[in-house]
Write a protein that binds this ligand. Structure first.
Ligand SMILES: *Cc1c(COP(=O)(O)O)cnc(C)c1O
Length: 342
């Protein structure tokens, strides 16, 4: 196997990993220094992260035993696959989608079965039926909005997955705040559905490594068996509780990013390129006449890094750009216009 790579180049404008372009609020940083002093550093952390889970549960109107927290939503996905994947089990994805599902599933020894999207990268109901009927996966992943396409999944697709699921369905909502709907609307203790969230994107805290899942308590119990004891350190637990006090402030920034997203999409749509409608904080597009890697290099020469997806299966010729600050986006758009016209 080879590892998962997201190449980092040291450039002034980084629009390649879907982070927030804004730092977290100053007042949170002030609270952090007090938190550092209040921690009993000689003691193990609260293993159940009880207070943190209470605050998250309250945010979503669920109970504490329906929440599990980990070091980034990637660790949540890993814990789900340790509990529900493994040798002799199948894990289903609908490609193209976030690559870590298949990567982690294979590491646990599970067999990965891939559903295919249409040429326009939307998912049709017959493909869902085919994959679920033929493979009875133990875990099925649906990323909504989908990374790297940015497309919002229709509710009917999730309903149809849940109707046919024999195992659990994981809805990865890393970009939920930018989207039109959330699977949490359908959440219930009786439904085999787990919904994952992260602090890395909207909440401006990719450096903190924190993510969580809302799921029925019978799923959470299994995740707790698979997780390492004390995997969440005391500082992180307290820092995240403090961060949750600023959620409204963070969510105010979502509308700024959405406005910029619309500006970028419209602009690219008027260039020699095809662009997919996005419900997230990034945009997938495909230059028509110019080669994607040529465009990628031209942007890099201007100090702008985007994600080159052109070698990924099913994404031939595609690039993905994260929405940045207004001025970063303007620099990107003028460099892109130049690259596509030369
Ligand atoms: C960024 C991303 C994640 C990873 O989130 P972390 O919380 O930083 O581990 C998970 N899923 C998708 C679809 C992502 O794009």
């Amino acid at each position: 196997m080879s590892g998962y790579h997201s190449p980092q180049v040291d450039v002034p404008i980084r629009l390649n990993t879907n982070e927030s372009p804004f730092p977290p609020p100053e007042s949170w940083l002030d609270e952090l220094s007090e938190i550092v002093r209040s921690i009993e550093w000689n003691r193990y952390p609260d293993r159940g992260a009880t207070h943190l889970r209470e605050v998250i549960a309250a945010r979503h109107g669920v109970s504490v035993n329906q929440v599990f927290v980990a070091n980034g939503s990637n660790e949540v996905l890993q814990t789900i696959l340790l509990a529900y994947g493994g040798a002799g089990r199948r894990v289903a994805t609908f490609e193209p989608t976030y690559q870590m599902y298949a990567q982690i599933a294979r590491v646990t020894g599970a067999e990965v079965v891939s559903g295919e999207r249409r040429a326009d990268l939307t998912l049709d109901e017959f493909e869902i039926e085919r994959v679920m009927g033929m493979h009875s996966p133990a875990v099925t992943f649906l990323c909504n909005p989908n990374n790297p396409t940015g497309l919002v999944e229709p509710r009917e697709n999730l309903r149809s997955l849940l109707d046919q699921a024999t195992g659990i369905v994981v809805v990865d909502e890393a970009y939920a705040e930018f989207s039109e709907w959330s699977a949490l609307e359908m959440f219930s203790e009786d439904l085999p559905m787990a919904v994952t969230r992260t602090f890395s994107k909207t909440l401006s805290m990719a450096a903190l490594r924190i993510g969580y899942v809302v799921a029925p308590s019978w799923i959470i119990e299994n995740l707790e068996i698979a997780a390492l004891p004390y995997h969440l350190d005391s500082f992180k637990q307290a820092a995240t509780v403090a961060a949750l006090g600023f959620v409204n402030e963070m969510e105010d920034r979502v509308s700024v990013i959405k406005d910029e997203r619309e500006r970028i999409s419209k602009f690219i749509g008027n260039l020699d390129a095809d662009v997919w409608p996005s419900g997230s904080n990034f945009i997938l597009f495909r230059p028509r006449s110019a080669g994607a890697t040529v465009v990628w290099n031209a942007l890099l020469k201007n100090g702008i890094l985007v994600r080159d997806c052109s070698s990924w299966p099913r994404l031939e010729g595609c690039l993905r750009v994260t929405v940045g600050t207004e001025s970063e986006n303007s620099s990107f758009l003028s460099a892109l216009a130049e690259a596509l016209s030369s």
